[in-house]
Design a protein around this ligand. Structure first.
Ligand code: ZN
Length: 147
C-alpha cells in the first residue's frame, strides 16, 4: 500500500502543478488527502462508526490516533486487541479499495455494503483463530456471529 500511496502523492503534485485539484471520490466534495479519505470523509466516518461500535476502538480521527491505539493493542495479545488489529487492517484496506474502484472501475458500494464486507472479512479471520474461552471471548464471538 505504501508504494501506491507514494504514487498518489506524485500524481497529486502533478495535478496541482497543472492547476487541477483531486476531489475525494467517496463524498465527491472535499479534496482527496489521506486524512480526509480515511477519517474525515462523511462516507469513511460512517463506516468507522459502525465498525468501531463492535470493538473497544474509539472513533479515530487521524493517523496519529490510530498509531497510538494500535501500539497499545500490539503490546497485548488479548482477543480485543486481535479484533482491533483485524478491524483496522480491513477497514483501511476496503476504504482504499473503494476509492480505487470508484476512480478506476466506475463501481460503487454503499457505506452499508462496505461495512458488511469489512465485517465478513474480520469474521472469517476470527473464525480461523483459536481463543481461550472466557466471558469476554464469548461476548466477542456473539458480536461476530461465530458459533
Ligand atoms: Zn470524502
Amino acid at each position: 500500500m505504501d508504494e501506491r500511496l507514494k504514487t498518489q502523492d506524485k500524481l497529486k503534485s502533478w495535478e496541482i502543478h497543472n492547476g487541477m485539484q483531486l476531489i475525494c471520490p467517496l463524498c465527491k466534495f472535499c479534496s482527496d488527502t489521506h486524512d480526509h479519505l480515511f477519517f474525515e470523509c462523511m462516507y469513511s466516518s460512517q463506516v468507522w462508526r459502525k465498525i468501531t461500535a463492535l470493538t473497544w476502538l474509539p472513533q479515530l480521527s487521524n493517523w496519529r490516533a490510530v498509531c497510538n491505539c494500535l501500539s497499545t493493542a500490539a503490546s497485548r495479545n488479548t482477543s480485543t486487541s486481535v479484533v482491533a488489529k483485524l478491524v483496522f487492517g480491513a477497514a483501511v484496506y476496503f476504504i482504499w479499495q473503494e476509492r480505487n474502484n470508484r476512480l478506476f472501475k466506475n463501481s460503487h458500494r454503499s457505506e452499508v455494503k462496505l461495512f458488511d464486507d469489512i465485517y465478513n472479512t474480520v469474521r472469517l479471520k476470527l473464525m480461523s483463530i483459536r481463543f481461550k474461552s472466557s466471558a469476554k471471548v464469548e461476548r466477542m464471538k456473539t458480536t461476530w456471529q461465530i458459533l
